[in-house]
Design a binder for this molecule. Structure first.
Ligand SMILES: NC(=O)c1ccc[n+]([C@@H]2O[C@H](COP(=O)([O-])OP(=O)(O)OC[C@H]3O[C@@H](n4cnc5c(N)ncnc54)[C@H](OP(=O)(O)O)[C@@H]3O)[C@@H](O)[C@H]2O)c1
Length: 278
């Protein structure tokens, strides 16, 4: 049994919801970090019913908005005096290039930058609560970032934008893990498997047909959560940090994705956009 606080972003569906149920079943205090109030309340009720754990809380924020994340963190810090685990799970695919009110491409903003802010603003709380863990949801779809077209300014393709955002999750994991060495906070990232979830809902046309044809080979969110859970709770992972996990094993990202130059570029860009120094 664990007795401390766990934040899961995107806990209203797919992998995040399946992880949330498992965490709630372990009687942790669960904080669901979600963008849609109604969905979040319905999910909370379902989780309480299935886990018999009423210690489930909702924080409403949109990760694509830096302002929204900052406000949410202020609320979290007022309400929760400690934080054992942060699971940066929320993710999306944005079919048509969209620039947020704050001028950021929406896939990058939702999948990476919002989580950068959330994590960086919660690090001090996690340090005080150490030993603590940060888990970032990456993907085997990650690809080397083209920093000259990161926002799709030259040419936008939703899958390319998604691939870059997932590479950013990995680079951030490695960079932050080094920074937090010896603080008692571990930082790892994980590919959840190819999962039957809502993330594919926006995809239309030929790619929709393709996904439909291979859908039976995708794993369920519950199976994905089973693969990820040891990273959250097992003592075996207590001292492991700065790794990328696929099917329970630490692996290297794809060739060329992780290098010091790209880590620095991402770090500088994140710091410039958020005014938060890693
Ligand atoms: N499914 C796969 O095959 C696969 C493969 C590799 C990696 N992943 C990664 O696994 C993670 C979970 O994805 P999933 O497959 O479980 O997808 P999903 O079922 O679509 O769930 C995504 C969750 O993220 C939330 N979300 C999306 N954008 C948000 C935003 N701007 N602010 C706050 N919350 C937001 C969604 O909220 P709403 O419910 O309000 O939409 C939902 O709760 C993602 O990081 C994804 O990249 C998935």
């Amino acid at each position: 049994m664990i007795s401390r606080n766990v934040i899961i972003t995107g806990a209203t569906s797919g992998v995040g919801k399946a992880l949330a149920l498992r965490v709630a079943q372990r009687k942790a205090k669960l904080i669901m970090f979600c963008r849609d109030k109604t969905k979040a309340e319905n999910t909370r009720n379902e989780l309480i019913q299935k886990s018999h754990n009423e210690d489930i809380h909702i924080v409403i924020a949109d990760l694509s908005s830096m302002k929204s994340v900052r406000e949410a963190v202020a609320g979290i810090k007022k309400t929760f005096p400690e934080l054992y685990m942060l699971v940066n799970n929320a993710g999306c695919s944005v079919i048509k290039r969209t620039i947020t009110e704050e001028g950021i491409e929406k896939t990058f903003a939702s999948n990476y930058l919002g989580h950068y802010i959330l994590t960086m603003l919660l690090v001090d709380l996690m340090r005080e609560s150490a030993p603590s863990r940060i888990i970032n949801l990456a993907s085997q779809a990650h690809a080397k970032i083209d920093f000259n077209n990161l926002s799709g300014e030259k040419k936008y393709n939703y899958f390319t934008a998604y691939k870059y955002s997932k590479a950013a999750n990995i680079l951030f994991t490695f960079d932050l893990a080094e920074k937090l060495k010896d603080t008692g906070i571990t930082v790892n990232c994980v590919h959840p498997g190819v999962v039957r979830s809502n993330i594919y809902d926006n995809i239309k046309g030929i790619n929709r047909l393709l996904i439909k044809s291979i859908w039976p080979f995708f794993i369920t969110p519950e199976k994905s959560a089973e693969i990820i859970m040891p990273l959250l709770l097992s003592k075996d992972f207590r001292n492991i940090t700065g790794k990328y996990f696929v099917k329970g094993k630490a692996v290297c990202p794809k060739k060329g994705v992780d290098n010091i130059s790209d880590r620095m570029k991402l770090r500088e860009l994140s710091e410039k956009l958020t005014q938060i120094k890693l």
